[in-house]
Design a protein around this ligand. Structure first.
Ligand code: CMP
Length: 140
């Protein structure tokens, strides 16, 4: 077991559906501690920087415009195996493949509007957390 931190984003469709509290509650009930949290709207440039690894993908424009289209809730979650624990809570990227009981099964409409983002590995988690939060914004 490893104590990890991971970045979570409640995407514009999650905020618009009014399920911020529901999703944060799922994190807390699963034993993930929220150590940083903010509500913000990304500029297109911020979204493009965050998803730079996907720049060559055909869906890059659609993805980044969508992520900048409305408010998002960005948090840092901490816990044992937090990266995989969060991904288990989220469910598969494509909501059509998401398991019962997952966030995407409950709320996501499509692979683009899939309600939540979560880091996929320790190196990307560190990069993504640093992209949105200064070290001083993380509580212990
Ligand atoms: P996320 O976990 O935020 O990381 C990259 C995102 O790209 C992913 O969730 C999806 O929302 C999005 N994505 C992946 N594949 C596609 C696709 N084929 N069409 C549109 N968006 C996609």
């Amino acid at each position: 077991m490893a104590l990890e931190r991971t970045l979570s984003i409640i995407k514009p469709d999650g905020v618009a559906q009014g399920v911020i509290g529901d999703i944060l509650n799922r994190f807390e009930k699963a034993g993930l501690k929220i150590v940083a949290l903010k509500l913000t709207q990304l500029s297109l440039q911020e979204a493009e920087g965050f998803y730079a690894v996907h720049r060559a993908r055909p869906f890059f424009g659609e993805l980044t415009e969508y992520m900048a289209s409305g408010p998002v809730v960005i948090s840092v979650l901490e816990g044992e195996n937090a990266i995989s624990a969060n991904r288990d809570l989220m469910g598969a990227t494509n909501p059509a493949e998401a398991a019962e009981g997952t966030i995407r099964k409950a709320f996501a409409r499509s692979i683009g509007e899939n309600t939540v983002h979560g880091s996929d590995a320790p190196d990307t988690a560190a990069t993504e957390i640093a992209y949105f939060f200064a070290t001083t914004e993380l509580v212990n």
